[in-house]
Ligand binder design. Structure first.
Ligand code: SAH
Length: 235
C-alpha cells in the first residue's frame, strides 16, 4: 500500500513543488507515494468561477464557500474513502511528529488548502475536517502548510530514507531535541570537535549525546522538557 495525497486548492501548480526534489522526488518516481490535485474552481457554477464571498456579519476579506468546497470534497473523497480529511488552518491543532508518524502509517490524506480569510465554518463541521496548523503565524494560503506536512510524512514512508536509523534518532522522536552534530574538519576557526566524539567509545558518546539533548531541551523548550520529565518519571 502506498501513501496517496489528494490536495484541494486554487493553485494546483504549486504541487508537487519542492516534493519533486531529493528523497521525496525519488520516492514518488519509485511509487512509494502519489499525489493528485483538484482545482476547487472547477466546482464553481458561475462563469467567473467564483469560490468565495463576503463574510457574514461584515468585515475584511473573503470566505471560501461551503457549498462549492463540499462538492469538490465529495467528488474526490466519498464517505467510504478511509483517508483523513485535513484542513490546513492556523486555528488547528499544532502538527507534531506523533501526528506525522500516524499519517505516514495510514493510506494517505485529503488536504484542503484555505485562501483569503479561510473557509465557512459549516463545511468544517459538516465534513468533520481535522484542522491542522503548522505554527503560530499566518500564511497567505494552506498550500505551503500542506507541502510542509507532506514533506514530514513522506520522509517516514517505508524505503524513503536511505538510512532507516536516522528516522528514530531525530529531534522530537524521543521527546527531546537532537544533540549537536559535528563533522570534519577537526578544527574550524580554532574550535575543536568535542573530544568524546573522537574517542571511539560508543557508550561514552551515547551518554554525552543524551546529556546534550537533555540540556538543550531544558534550555530551549521548557514545554517539551516538562512532558519528557513526566514521561520519564512515569516509567
Ligand atoms: N483569517 C484566518 C487566516 C487565514 S490565512 C485566521 O485568522 O485564522 C489563509 C489560509 O492559509 C487558511 O485558510 C489556511 O488554509 C492557511 N494557513 C494560514 N496560516 C496557517 C498555519 N499557520 N497553518 C496552517 N495553515 C495556515
Amino acid at each position: 500500500m502506498s501513501f496517496h495525497a489528494t490536495i484541494l486548492t486554487l493553485y494546483p501548480e504549486m504541487f508537487p513543488g519542492m516534493l519533486d526534489f531529493s528523497l521525496a522526488g525519488k520516492a514518488r518516481e519509485a511509487g512509494r507515494w502519489s499525489l493528485d490535485t483538484v482545482q476547487v474552481r472547477d466546482f464553481a457554477s458561475d462563469k467567473h468561477r467564483t469560490v468565495d464571498d463576503t463574510p457574514a456579519g461584515g468585515g475584511a476579506g473573503m470566505v471560501m464557500r461551503a457549498d462549492i468546497l463540499s462538492q469538490a470534497l465529495d467528488a474526490v473523497a466519498p464517505p467510504e474513502d478511509p483517508r483523513p480529511r485535513l484542513l490546513m488552518s492556523p486555528r488547528g491543532r499544532p502538527l507534531t511528529q506523533k501526528r506525522v508518524r500516524a499519517l505516514a502509517d495510514g493510506p494517505g490524506a485529503v488536504i484542503l488548502c484555505g485562501r483569503f480569510e479561510g473557509v465557512d465554518q459549516r463545511l468544517i463541521e459538516a465534513r468533520a475536517l481535522e484542522e491542522v496548523s503548522i505554527g503560530d503565524y499566518i500564511l497567505s494560503g494552506g498550500e505551503p502548510a500542506a507541502l510542509v506536512l507532506l514533506d514530514a510524512v513522506i520522509r517516514l514512508l517505508p524505503g524513503v530514507m536511505g538510512n532507516q536509523h536516522s528516522g528514530t534518532e531525530e529531534s522530537f522522536e524521543g521527546g527531546l531535541l537532537e544533540h549537536p552534530q559535528y563533522t570534519r574538519p577537526q578544527l574550524f576557526e580554532e574550535r575543536a570537535i568535542p573530544e568524546v566524539l573522537l574517542s571511539g567509545n560508543h557508550a561514552r558518546i551515547a551518554a554525552w549525546r543524551r546529556a546534550e539533548a537533555e540540556k538543550l531541551t531544558r534550555e530551549r523548550r521548557p514545554d517539551l522538557w516538562a512532558a519528557y520529565a513526566i514521561e520519564k518519571n512515569g516509567k
